[in-house]
Write a protein that binds this ligand. Structure first.
Ligand code: FES
Ligand code: FES
Length: 157
């Protein structure tokens, strides 16, 4: 199996690893860097549990080879909080009880932050449309939408 050297910045830290060329970004993060907050819910590019930011854009990390992110800056759910201080979007999910089992939550939060960065005051309809690629089997989405609305507002401050 051919291997390749991959270098990127993950949550502000430079990393370089020799990995099999076919390694997906989500496996690179979880298995090679131990960043298991990024989840694998489907492996078929549908659920969004694996969402991370690559150079500021929200991407399903199960759809990208680690080698394709070579040289990029990647942010995972672990990169949002500042020490003990939750990111405003994380705090909003907590405030609105926007999770039950929590499996989809990292991907939902990464999506919510990306939306708020693109659009500082998203409407409920815009939030629901933006969440099209994120599945939740527990909550019915209502509190997630409210949390993203609140989180986006808090990010504007
Ligand atoms: S694990 Fe990537 S979209 Fe579901
Ligand atoms: S909280 Fe369980 S899948 Fe969303």
């Amino acid at each position: 199996m051919s291997s390749t050297s991959v270098s990127m910045t993950v949550n502000g830290k430079s990393v370089t690893k020799e990995v099999p060329a076919r390694t997906l970004l989500v496996s690179f993060l979880r298995d090679h860097l131990g960043l298991t907050g990024t989840h694998v819910g489907c492996d078929t590019s549908q659920c969004g549990a694996c969402n991370v930011h690559i150079d500021g854009k929200c991407v399903k990390s199960c759809t990208v080879l680690a080698a394709q992110a070579d040289g990029a800056s990647v942010t995972t759910i672990e990169g949002l909080a500042k020490g003990d201080q939750l990111h405003p979007m994380q705090a909003a999910f907590k405030e609105h009880h926007a999770l039950q089992c929590g499996f989809c939550t990292p991907g939902m939060i990464m999506t919510g932050v990306a939306l708020a960065n693109e659009k500082s005051n998203p409407s409920e309809t815009e939030i629901r449309e933006y969440l099209e690629g994120n599945f939740c089997r527990c909550t019915g989405y209502h509190n997630i939408v409210k949390a993203i609305e609140t989180g986006a507002k808090a990010m504007r401050r």
